[in-house]
Design a protein around this ligand. Structure first.
Ligand SMILES: C[S@@+](CC[C@H](N)C(=O)[O-])C[C@H]1O[C@@H](n2cnc3c(N)ncnc32)[C@H](O)[C@@H]1O
Length: 286
């Protein structure tokens, strides 16, 4: 065996495979690297870390999935930035894998919930700034902060704020209900904006965030496609194009197949409408 390879073991003493000292990206073994190079993530992420409390948000991500992504794109002690932190999926994930994270969240309610989760779980809080990323990122730049990874989950385009996306159709066996207002306010409480305005707002935040990333750092960005007004909106492709316009290089479109999602059958016997049980994780590099 070459001298720069070392066998690693998990907490139960099982072999994780061999780590190469030449690995410049992460601390995964060869076996783990191959596993995480798959373009589909179908691992189950059961509810954890005060899931019910965090569910008040509605768009929260599993901290263990965030930890898996952070392990893939950073080494131990790496610094992670999340400019749309919500109730802290990225921050909790960073704590689970021994990295530091800094989040920014507009809504004070989500900041309070993150802090409450940390207290209930006995986890050390990561730095979470309450405010608009477009202002906070400028302040962080003035502090001279630098990050190894940007992991985030962008605020949704509010096309669904007023009306259900499925028009006349309903779930099988279910009465038509008014759609609740989106909990994932995009940028502010104004009426729904056009897709172009939504993309421009995201570009402004990413442009500011990119300047805080180390050269050649990775970005991993959750984004879900949406069905609205009788058509699919390929938001992952729209966002990928907008981020490439900022000079980022698109490396992958990982599909997170969320095995916990229940099927919502719309349009049965009338029209094919997909039941969205996946999200994209766009991987880009500075
Ligand atoms: C999809 S959610 C993130 C959820 C997060 N991944 C979690 O696990 O809780 C996006 C968040 O971005 C926040 N947001 C929207 N515009 C913002 C802005 N300009 N600055 C900071 N946060 C913003 C929203 O309040 C929302 O909580």
């Amino acid at each position: 065996m070459s001298k720069d390879k070392v066998e690693l073991f998990d907490q139960d003493g099982r072999s994780r495979g061999f780590y190469s000292g030449r690995n410049r990206l992460n601390e995964l073994t060869g076996k783990e690297w191959v596993y995480w190079s798959k373009s589909v993530i179908n691992r189950p992420y059961p509810p954890s870390l005060q899931h019910r409390l965090r569910s008040r948000h509605g768009g929260q991500k599993p901290p263990e999935l965030c930890a898996d992504l952070i392990r893939l794109f950073t080494k131990g002690g790496g610094r992670v930035l999340d400019p749309f932190a919500g109730v802290g999926g990225t921050l909790l994930g960073a704590a689970l894998c021994g990295r530091q994270a800094l989040g920014i969240e507009l809504n004070p309610e989500w900041v309070r919930i993150y802090r409450r989760v940390c207290a209930l779980e006995g986890l050390a809080e990561q730095r979470l700034e309450c405010g608009d990323s477009r202002d906070k990122l400028r302040e962080l730049a003035a502090e001279g902060l630098r990050f190894d990874l940007l992991l985030t989950d962008v605020p949704y385009w509010q096309m669904d704020k007023a009306r259900r996306s499925t028009g006349a159709f309903k779930r099988v066996g279910e009465a038509q209900r008014p759609r609740r207002a989106s909990k994932l306010q995009a940028f502010n409480d104004r009426e729904p904006r056009s897709k172009e305005e939504w993309l421009e707002g995201l570009q402004a935040v990413f442009a500011a965030a990119i300047s805080l990333l180390e050269p050649r750092a990775y970005l991993a960005v959750f984004i879900g496609d949406m069905y609205h007004g009788g058509r699919l909106h390929f938001l992952s492709a729209d966002l990928a194009a907008a981020l490439q316009d900022l000079g980022l290089v698109l490396k992958a479109n990982l599909i997170w197949y969320d095995v916990s999602k229940s099927l919502h059958v719309y349009g049965y016997q009338y029209e094919f409408i997909p039941s969205m049980i996946h999200q994209s994780i766009l991987v880009l590099r500075k």
